[in-house]
Write a protein that binds this ligand. Structure first.
Ligand code: ADP
Length: 561
């Protein structure tokens, strides 16, 4: 900028000085001409005053020094001329403009080319009365004389011009420096600001015009420095958290490029920090993960999936970050959890099997003892042993059913009649129905596609609960509904009901509302868990409505069958 300003100023000063030079030369030339004209006129006037009829013409014309003096008769003949000429060859001068003007009584100075001498002259003539009429006294000065004056003036003028030019340039240079200096200071501050090493310092010199600007820069800088500091602290915290978090964390921008990745995620995907800014395709080739992330980005919705990387199972949560166009991918290693759950299930199944055999033996021996013992006191114990072994056996049977359901991946569905299943359940519950004088009605019919055993188990557990938790002499209804192509099973009872707080928990295994009462009624605490697992296996919708002391309604919606 400084250089350009200097060039512009130099050009402007040079142009100005050249114009000044041209104008002053032309004014000087004009003045010289006017002065020369005045000299010529004055010489003509003096000569006219000195002229008389008896004057020696040759001596008269020579008195003009540098000025050419010509005496012309009234008929235009040149009588004498101060310049050495051949008088005889001179043409008539009456037609000369200066002579003509003098004859007309309005003498005027003329600049014109002399045909006689071949150079330019300034001419002026006056009409002077003489004895035999009049003569014309003409004075003339060569124009070259004026130019000679000018040429003499020129060298000092040019030197002056250069001196002025140099002075102007030196002055403009210093002025430019002074003007630029505060801006350089502003520029230096901004550069320091960009480099993050800003140290506000007073500007040398008095620059009131930009002081406000400097103050604003200092204020903005202070604000920015504070914000940078806060951001640095936040980043340090974030880096610490990201670095110490066990889960893998990846933040993707709107294009699916990696915006942030923590060390755990780098370890999972086996990538270096250079992955930052690169497409997620460089992160993993796991198709399910890439497709889920892309779909989540396109549809602005969260997603959950499970993937296996290098033999480890990861639960992946894909979340859209609110108010941003970012997507967060969190990878939790659930391999251990899954293995523990598998081990627990195996233990559950093995323990159940191991317990079932000795219990069956105890039950058999107890029955044998009952046949051979009629002693009233012993019979009481034998009946108690029989009740407890039956309860334990049904518990073990339910445990085995549950673990079998948990391990089931595939099913072989066949059309199963719901009313037929309910009828079978009713036949098998005759004992308890009679014992509690509960009436059971089965209304409607419909088929579901499932394994027969699963349908029976589901209906049995629901109806058995309804009967078990009915009051003496109560009523249980099983309604099968096939409206609008959708099949549903409703099991109603008018029993003790379930409080709202318990309703969310009764599907947990071994959860019982009133342990002692449920135990007395012969339940195992696994019935509704089995129902829940069967529904989950087929994707059926299980719902519950209940009011304490009024009754319970459990619905299974099978969907379109
Ligand atoms: P249980 O074998 O003890 O009946 P379930 O898993 O079938 O176990 O039921 C869990 C608990 O839910 C029961 O102990 C009981 O307290 C409650 N429950 C289940 N069905 C009903 C019902 N129809 N009316 C009232 N309470 C019920």
């Amino acid at each position: 900028m400084k250089k350009r300003l200097f060039i512009y100023t130099t050009l402007i000063i040079s142009a100005g000085l050249l114009c000044l030079f041209a104008v002053s030369v032309s004014i000087t030339q004009g003045n010289n001409l006017n002065m020369a004209k005045s000299t010529v006129m004055e010489a003509a006037r003096i000569c006219a005053g000195l002229y008389s009829d008896d004057v020696d013409l040759d001596a008269f014309v020579k008195a003009g020094d540098e000025t050419r003096i010509t005496v012309i008769s009234q008929d235009g003949t040149v009588l004498a001329d101060s310049f050495p000429l051949d008088m005889g060859s001179l043409e008539n001068h009456l037609a000369r403009p200066e002579v003509r003007d003098a004859a007309n009584g309005s003498p005027t100075a003329h600049v014109r080319h002399s045909e006689t001498l071949g150079i330019d002259f300034i001419y002026y003539a006056l009409k002077v009365e003489a004895a035999d009429g009049h003569v014309f006294i003409r004075a003339a000065v060569p124009v070259a004389l004026i130019n000679a004056y000018l040429l003499r003036m020129l060298p000092p003028l040019v030197i002056l011009l250069f001196a002025v030019a140099l002075l102007c340039l030196a002055l403009s240079r210093s002025v430019i420096r002074r003007i630029i200096k505060p801006f350089e200071s502003v520029e230096c501050r901004l550069r320091m600001l960009a480099g993050g090493e800003y140290e506000p310092e007073p500007i040398a010199g008095n620059y009131a015009e930009i002081e406000t600007l400097i103050r604003s820069i200092d204020e903005v800088t202070e604000m920015l420095q504070k914000s940078f500091e806060e951001l640095r602290n936040e980043k340090t915290k974030l880096d610490y958290v990201m670095g110490n978090i066990g889960d893998g964390l990846v933040v993707l921008d709107d294009n699916g490029d990696v915006a942030l990745i923590n060390p755990a995620a780098r370890g999972i995907f086996n990538v270096t920090p250079e992955i930052m800014g690169k497409s997620m395709n460089y992160l993993t080739s796991e198709r399910a993960l890439l497709e889920t992330v892309r779909s989540s980005m396109n549809h602005y919705e969260d997603a959950l999936l499970e993937i296996v990387i290098d033999g480890r199972i990861f639960l992946v949560a894909v979340k859209r970050v609110p108010d941003t166009r970012m997507t967060l991918v969190v990878l939790s290693d659930v391999t251990e959890n899954r293995e523990n759950a598998k081990r627990r299930e195996e233990f559950f199944t093995n323990a159940s099997h191991e317990l079932k055999t000795p219990l069956t033996a105890i039950k058999g021996f107890n029955e044998l003892t009952a046949i051979n013992n009629k002693d009233e006191g012993i019979v009481k114990y034998i009946e108690s042993i029989a009740r407890e072994t039956d309860r334990m056996l049904s518990l073990i049977v339910d445990m085995l059913k549950l673990s079998e359901l948990e391990g089931t991946q595939d099913v072989n569905p066949v059309p199963v009649s719901l009313s037929k299943a309910a009828g079978e359940v009713s036949d098998n519950l005759t004992g308890i129905l009679t014992e509690k004088s509960v009436s059971l009605e089965i209304v409607g019919d419909g088929e579901v596609a499932a394994e027969q055993g699963h349908v029976y188990e589901l209906v049995k557990n629901l109806v058995e609960n309804a009967v078990r938790y009915s009051n003496q002499g109560g009523k249980v209804s099983v309604i099968i509904d096939c409206e609008k192509g959708e099949t549903s099973l409703y099991v109603f009872d008018e029993g003790i009901g379930i409080s709202p707080e318990e309703q969310t928990r009764i599907f947990e295994r071994f959860y019982r509302v009133e342990r002692s009462r449920s135990q007395r009624s012969g339940g195992t605490g696994l019935g509704l868990s089995i129902v829940k697992h069967i529904c989950a296996l087929y994707g059926w919708k299980l719902s519950l409505k209940s009011r304490l002391g009024v009754g319970t309604e459990i619905t299974v919606a099978f969907g379109e069958q």
